[in-house]
Design a protein. Sequence first.
Length: 224
Amino acid sequence: MRKRSLFTAKPSRANNARSATRAREPLDWYCEDAWPVEALLTHVPFRGLVYDPACGRGNIPSVFAAAGFETLATDIVDRGFEGARQLDFLGAASVSYRVPNIVCNPPYSYQDGIAEAFVRRALEIVSDRVAMLLPIKWQASIGRYRLFAEFPPEVTLIFSERPSMPPGSKIEALGRRAFKGGTMDYMWVVWRKGHQGPSPTVWIPPRPEAMARRERRHVGRLGQ
């Protein structure tokens, strides 16, 4: 009997789909740390109120509030953030008035096209800027070519250090381990109302402690 190579065996697509479904956090509730938001503030000069329509635990509005900004926070589910209102940002009863800025870590994949829908809805109601925290691979898509052609970003900020993005429902159980480092590359994509010029890319350097950890690991490998 001919043996089947482990390197050529193909797992069932159905099994892969079921595994991916089980692994995803409901409604894509993944929580950013404070430092990626602080990095955004360092690179982009926001003015006026900042609205987060997928606020989760409130990390983004908390960082902006600490920096002196007036903030507004909503989420499709009540996550317990004080002052947040429960609201479906893409629903019929969504915000109907203009806000200066929207800064958001939007849902990404639980529904086809939902991140782009967040971007387009945000661009409809802002008077100044939209900033979305997204996986870098989101840029490379035939389907989103039209979005970037219609609305070229003012700037794209790429993280050299991978941000932690733990599932919101597991943060309490994980404790300090929840924000020990990420496994996916992320970026801020920033749009400014009416911008039609070039779309530069800026690389956000890693934090000093992340560089120190990397150097220790590198030295350790050399000594093996």
